[in-house]
Design a protein around this ligand. Structure first.
Ligand SMILES: Cc1ncc(COP(=O)(O)O)c(C=O)c1O
Length: 399
């Protein structure tokens, strides 16, 4: 027990304040706004034309089946649902699905996969540095820092032009040391929406091979860009060219099961034996953190993928989400030449060419909530709100 003389003792009461995540602050601000017309394009969840984030019909159906047939909730083990990972293989890996040097396991969402993948890198080579193109998803740096790996930033995006700073990216790869890690967004780059094209993927892959880097692909939106196959093409090119690849995958968006935390980590090395050894380390790290992933969401996804009729219907529901994203993109792009770049980008996010002051003005005058950087969720608004959103953004750009 602490006595009054233990003045130097550190208790929980001594903890410093945490600087709250700016996105969480934005959510709180938006929640507190009572204006009925408010538009929330800050949060990163898919919304349909009516502004809802519905549970997919195929997930509802799979949950009914799960409820009726599941006989036990006994532990599944560190790998989670093995059939889930097996069924994901062809979707994610395509022609590499049969490569026995690639092993996957279920994780608590894409975040869990990212953490585990970086844990694996840090275990193998604590001196490895992670090359990160900026801006990136705000959770990347803290996850990388949390495992003690160093980070090298390079500029990825030219805001004014809406284009990738590809020369800077290639220079960063050329200057990396063998064993360094190249963190890449598989598709639907968050926050910029600016994806590498096929030729750029080819050049990036070539540089990675040449510099003997390890590609780490974060793919959280497969199917939200051009299609399931197209969105995984860059990843598959890397798998064809590289002996060592790490893939952090998420089903949380493309199955709309966000809070159920459904993801996977796939690891490729030069041999089956080396991958098995790597996975033993992965399991050990997982054991220290969450022991085993949660079952429910992955079981529902497994049932969808394992039932041909549900699988087909899922493809339809996924296509409907993708079509909405791309049609809202086209509508915004057509409204003003300064927004045309949005029509050439992919996924749920893009960055508006607005200053922080203009973003704040939109918040105050129009109850439109987006990140200070101008990043906004393309499908954050309902169909009925799109016109007002575009008019307000154009007015802000003109001001
Ligand atoms: C780029 C990126 N990677 C990973 C994730 C993690 O997704 P999950 O919710 O499955 O942890 C997200 C979620 O927003 C993301 O945008």
């Amino acid at each position: 027990m602490l006595s009054e003389t233990d003045v130097s003792a550190r208790g929980l009461a001594d903890l410093p304040e945490v600087q709250s995540d700016s996105l969480l602050q934005l959510i709180a601000l938006c929640d507190a706004d009572t204006r009925p017309e408010k538009i929330d394009v800050g949060v990163g969840v898919f919304r349909d034309g009516e502004g809802r984030t519905p549970i997919l019909q195929v997930i509802k159906e799979a949950e009914r089946i799960l409820n009726a047939t599941q006989e036990t909730k006994a532990y599944l083990g560190g790998y989670g649902d093995k059939r889930f990972a097996e069924l994901l293989r062809p979707i994610l890996l395509g022609e590499h699905a049969a490569d026995h040097r690639i092993i996957g396991l279920q994780t608590p969402g894409g975040c869990g996969a990212l953490r585990l993948g970086f844990e694996l890198i840090a275990t193998a080579n604590p001196r490895a540095r992670v090359l990160v193109g900026t801006p990136t998803w705000p959770n990347h740096p803290p996850i990388i820092n949390s495992v003690g790996l160093g980070m090298v930033d390079y500029p990825y995006y030219e805001r004014g032009q809406g284009s990738i700073r590809f020369d800077d990216m290639m220079a960063a790869l050329a200057n990396a040391e063998p064993g360094d890690v190249a963190l890449l967004h598989g598709c639907c780059h968050n926050p910029t929406g600016a994806d590498l094209d096929a030729e750029q993927w080819r050049q990036v892959t070539e540089a990675i091979v040449e510099r003997r880097l390890i590609p780490f692909v974060d793919i959280a939106y497969q199917g939200f860009g051009r299609g399931l196959e197209e969105d995984a093409a860059g990843l598959r090119g890397l798998l064809a060219a590289c002996d060592e690849v790490i893939v952090a995958q998420s089903c949380d968006k493309n199955f709309s099961v966000y809070r159920d935390r459904v993801g996977s980590l796939f690891v490729k090395t030069g041999s089956r034996e080396a991958t098995e050894r790597a996975m033993a380390h992965v399991l050990q790290r997982a054991r220290e953190m969450w022991s085993m992933p949660p079952d429910h969401g992955a079981a529902a996804v497994r049932i969808v993928l394992d039932t041909p009729e549900l699988r087909d219907r899922w493809l339809g529901e996924l296509a409907a989400m993708r079509d909405r994203i791309n049609s809202v993109r086209q509508r915004i792009a057509a409204a003003d030449a300064r927004l045309a770049f949005i029509g050439r980008q992919f996924g749920m996010f893009s960055m508006l060419p607005l200053s922080k002051e203009q973003v704040l003005k939109l918040r105050e005058s129009h109850a439109i909530y987006m990140a200070d950087s101008g990043r906004f969720n393309i499908v954050g608004m309902s169909d009925g709100q799109i016109g007002r959103f575009i008019a307000a953004v154009v007015e802000a750009m003109d001001a």
